[in-house]
Design a protein around this ligand. Structure first.
Ligand code: IPE
Ligand code: IPE
Ligand code: MG
Length: 234
């Protein structure tokens, strides 16, 4: 039995960064870093289930990543195809519902039926909602939402739930066009390790940091709020 000493965030999002640096540090081609990074995706999903996280959104390929050399883009898409072909059965077995967020019209045509069947086959999964962001730009997602949604609630319905905890690996401290709307009140944790080294311990570390934060959403923490009231009425 796991003892919960801190509040578990419902929605965790991760910017999986540092695959290239992981490979360079070992004098390997960048592709090897991406391959190793794909293995960390499974570890993160399994750890998320064990820790009781409901939704995990992972940044796999940004719309700006098309700017990378063709060979690297092809390698990343190849890994994504491989993931869809090999991990779906395991997702189903583990009760993981898989969704792919981002644009689909620029992906290789043969990926579309694979994405659709992966989403269809894992739809009943209720232990973890795993959202993989591919050809994803938060600015584009917000622009699209704005075409139909008019209220905050409608935006949330189109874009997805607010992020409670945003993790970025490999030390960089920026959002790189990821979940800009959804992170309005997210707690951010930046881990120094590169994504291929990420495991359950890293997630626990980030959750522990999250547990030490005081989330106020613009209000006052409860203890202080009581005192403020006393002061106002005295
Ligand atoms: C993250 O690792 C994976 C993708 C962006 C697809 P990087 O490839 O950005 O690795 P670094 O930042 O160059 O080390
Ligand atoms: C963000 O990482 C995209 C993903 C992790 C998929 P990048 O490595 O592409 O971001 P920048 O260029 O460092 O901001
Ligand atoms: Mg990077």
């Amino acid at each position: 039995m796991m003892t919960r000493t801190f509040h578990i965030p419902g929605h965790v999002a991760i910017i999986m960064d540092g695959n290239g640096r992981w490979a360079s540090a070992r004098a390997l081609p960048r592709f090897e870093g991406h391959r190793e990074g794909a293995k960390a995706v499974r570890r993160a999903a399994e750890a998320a289930i064990r820790l009781g996280i409901q939704t995990l959104t992972l940044y796999a390929f940004s719309s700006d990543n098309w700017k990378r050399p063709k060979a690297e883009v092809s390698a990343l898409l190849l890994l994504f195809r491989h993931y869809l072909l090999t991990e779906i059965e395991e997702c189903r077995r583990q009760g993981i519902r898989l969704s792919i967020i981002g644009r689909r019209d620029r992906l290789p045509g043969d990926l579309i039926p694979l994405i659709e069947s992966a989403e269809g086959e894992t739809a009943p999964g209720s232990r973890l909602h795993l959202r993989l962001a591919v050809d994803y730009s938060s600015r584009d997602a917000i622009l699209n939402a704005a075409r139909n949604a008019r209220t905050r609630e409608e935006f949330t319905a189109v874009l997805g739930p607010d992020v409670d905890l945003l993790i970025r690996t490999a030390g960089e401290q920026r959002l790189s066009d990821f979940l800009l709307w959804e992170c309005a009140y997210a707690e951010m944790v930046f881990l120094p390790l590169p994504w291929p080294d990420f495991g359950e311990q890293s997630l626990r570390e980030a959750l522990a940091a999250y547990g030490r934060r005081v989330r106020k959403f613009g209000a006052l923490p409860e203890a202080t709020a009581g005192r403020a009231l006393e002061y106002a009425s005295s």
